[in-house]
Ligand binder design. Structure first.
Ligand code: AMP
Length: 300
């Protein structure tokens, strides 16, 4: 595995790999866990070569958020990626990604202000900007993202469509701890007690999933079930619990056409998110011609 620190070196290394085959890109902020590695393995299975980026992107953190506290584990991350047979690791500095005087940003209007975009103003502007830069540097054939960040997936799909990026965006299922807790680099910042409490997020989604399996389709009832579970857990502070369209991220009245159940909450100082996709019920399933591009993920 080659580690590259500058945009120029990464561009040259990617150009040379692309001459001999397809290239998959896995953008990350590091402190890698099995969720990240599932993306890396999928990229390795589907491409001749794999590039991984590790960059804690300052523009997606608002002032007062956890940019400084975000876990950084570069040595361990490098060893994990080496063991996976990754070809290129890109770990640029902030100055490399944001040249002095940089004032150009990518904004996905509407979508970028929903769910996490509503709670974290400017977050998706930072995400879209850094991912667009990575796409320009790497020119991947495929780029891999986790369903864990469902709103991010919706924003980036729109960006790829609108800015005509010639690549395939591949979405990978959420990887969970045995307890059900969605894996996240931020889990490293949880105490043992907080880790237990964090189970309230996946617990709320599991409760909603049970209701769906029992035939509940009303968004209001599912939302109430998630809210009551999240607000009854001591030490967990709700941010949102929503039932939305997976692509527009706008609230839906029912799950008949499929829906994204999304939750966010603070556990201590750490903000966590989780979600669950509910498939369209077969009676109401739209005809294939009107189906969106398939997304692969955990679903009920
Ligand atoms: P991050 O380092 O948090 O920016 O995540 C990098 C990529 O890994 C994003 O596309 C995430 O959605 C994905 N990811 C993070 N956690 C998980 C998980 N538990 N399961 C699947 N993908 C994940």
């Amino acid at each position: 595995m080659k580690t590259l620190f500058t945009v120029r070196d990464m561009q040259a290394a990617c150009r040379s790999l692309r001459q001999t085959g397809s290239l998959g890109l896995v953008p990350t902020m590091g402190a890698l866990h099995d969720g990240h590695l599932s993306l890396v393995r999928r990229a390795a299975a589907e491409n001749d070569a794999v590039a991984v980026s590790i960059f804690v992107n300052p523009t997606q953190f608002a002032p007062g958020e956890d940019y400084d506290a975000y876990p950084r584990r570069l040595a361990e991350d490098g060893a994990k990626l080496e063991a996976e047979g990754v070809d290129l690791l890109f770990t640029p500095s902030v100055e490399e990604m944001y040249p002095s005087g940089a004032t150009t940003f990518v904004e996905v209007a509407g979508l970028g202000d929903r769910l996490d975009g509503a709670s974290r103003p400017g977050h998706f502007r930072g995400v879209a900007t850094v991912v667009a830069k990575l796409f320009h540097i790497v020119h991947p054939d495929r780029a891999y993202f986790g369903q864990k960040d469902a709103a991010q997936v919706a924003v980036l799909r729109a960006m790829v469509r609108d800015l005509l990026f010639p690549l395939q965006l591949v979405v990978c299922p959420i990887v969970r701890e045995p307890s059900g807790l969605a894996m996240s680099s931020r889990n490293l910042n949880l105490s043992a007690a907080e880790r237990d409490r964090a189970g309230a997020l996946s617990g709320a989604l599991q409760t909603a999933a049970r209701l769906v399996r029992d035939g509940e389709t009303g968004a209001a009832a599912l939302r109430v079930a998630m809210l009551s579970q999240l607000s009854s857990e001591d030490g967990v502070r709700l941010d949102y619990a929503e039932v939305v369209h997976p692509e527009t991220l706008l609230p839906v009245a029912d799950t008949l056409q499929g829906a994204l159940l999304a939750v966010a909450a603070w556990v201590g100082q750490t903000r966590l998110i989780d979600n669950l996709l509910v498939e369209a019920s077969s009676a109401e399933r739209p005809q294939p011609a009107s189906l969106p591009e398939p997304i692969e993920e955990m679903h009920v």
